[in-house]
Write a protein that binds this ligand. Structure first.
Ligand SMILES: Cc1cc2nc3c(=O)[nH]c(=O)nc-3n(C[C@H](O)[C@H](O)[C@H](O)COP(=O)(O)O)c2cc1C
Length: 358
């Protein structure tokens, strides 16, 4: 007899929740059951087939007679619980053909739409007024192929200012709601969900948002700004922090003079609304990745170099963006500027040239 190796336990007064994350089952145990489980965890051999609690544990899979070889997992339990716990989500109903799928999908959308949608706009961020961006002028023709081969992560920037025109193109083409696609709607698109970006978006929800970090932009006060994709405008959020940018990015100080950055956040409330299972958390990062790559390709096409990171000093970033304890959370950072094209900063190169320390 052994304890199912894919369990975690949550204390929830007055009971405890035992979660079989591989089989997507949860059990709420009262004190008697909790005490008995603790005894069986201490020594599974005390299993007693005459004990009703023990047999219930066995029948529900909290206890198991099968011995499993533990799966190889290089990280700690947290990512394992999340990865396995969001795999093989049980479907109550699997459509058997395209007609059944269509009916099922439409019913799901109708059901979701009956619950009030989360706020589509970010009006609360515009308290200090909107700053309209210049109309985007577009990119040089046939620049995509070039941008794909020229995009490179650089870690040495000159700090030179970026123009507001470039900011406009960068934000519009990576996060803006495209005017060019406004007429591209069909009857399957629900009201309020018609906006389209250059990057695909899970469920068409546009759950990702962007915050511009302007350290050196011609015609824009240094600071942090929320981007409003429907209006192609910015609103001021905060001045730059007193500490250097590298502090916000887990000590990566080679980036301190980056003129422009974009914090990509995700509105979990939008994802919670349409997708109830934690698996949707995976999609938040996938969507941020699409936006980050688009931003980098646009920047490269504009003749700028790029850098990116997921290493955020989360608490500081959240405070700076006004997202503490919010259902919107920052996930990723991407930036651009003029660079000498080096993948490494000169300080690190100097150390490498010095050779190993005696
Ligand atoms: C998800 C992700 C996270 C990354 N995080 C960092 C980072 O924290 N710091 C950094 O300097 N580069 C980071 N990079 C950049 C990679 O080091 C870089 O893409 C890789 O060395 C390949 O070089 P290239 O981008 O020039 O092709 C990250 C890249 C990705 C895709």
């Amino acid at each position: 007899m052994q304890i199912n190796p894919h369990l975690f336990i949550l204390p929830r007064t007055p009971g405890q929740i035992v979660w079989d994350y591989r089989n997507h089952k949860q059990f709420e145990l009262n004190l008697d059951y909790s005490i008995r489980l603790a005894q069986l965890i201490d020594n599974p051999e005390v299993f007693d087939s005459a004990n009703i609690i023990d047999t219930q544990f066995l029948n529900t899979g909290i206890l198991t007679t099968s011995i499993e070889v533990p799966q190889d997992w290089g990280w700690d339990e947290l990512s394992k619980i999340f990865h396995i716990g969001t795999k093989n989500i049980p479907c109550q109903y699997i459509p058997q053909n395209i007609h059944e799928w269509s009916r099922h999908y439409l019913d799901h959308c109708t059901e979701v739409l009956t619950c009030g949608a989360p706020d589509a706009d970010l009006a609360h961020r515009a308290a200090t007024g909107m700053i309209a961006l210049p109309a985007p002028s577009g990119l040089p023709a046939e620049s995509l192929g070039d941008a794909l081969v020229r995009r490179k992560t650089c870690r040495s920037f000159t700090g030179e200012a970026v123009s507001l025109g470039d900011i406009s193109n960068l934000l519009y083409l990576s996060l803006g709601y495209l005017k060019e696609r406004e007429d591209d709607v069909d009857e399957t698109i629900a009201e309020g969900l018609a906006a389209r970006r250059s990057s695909p978006s899970g469920g068409g929800l546009n759950a990702c948002e962007g915050f511009l970090l302007a350290q050196n932009v011609t015609g824009l006060e240094p600071g942090l700004y929320a981007y409003h994709p429907a209006d192609h405008a910015l609103s001021f959020i905060n001045p730059l922090p007193g500490s250097p940018l590298g502090q916000l990015l887990c000590g990566q100080h080679f980036i301190n003079n980056l003129p422009v950055g974009l914090f990509i956040s995700a509105r979990f409330d939008k994802l919670w609304w349409k997708y109830q299972h934690s698996r949707a958390y995976r999609m938040a990062y996938v969507e941020a990745g699409h936006i980050s790559q688009t931003f980098q390709l646009v920047a490269t096409a504009l003749g700028l170099n790029t850098w990116l990171t997921g290493a955020l000093t989360d608490d500081q970033v959240e405070t700076l963006l006004g997202l503490e304890d919010s259902a919107e959370q920052p996930l990723f950072f991407v930036g651009c500027g003029q660079s000498d094209g080096q993948a490494m900063c000169k300080e690190l190169k100097a150390l490498l040239n010095e050779g190993p320390q005696q």
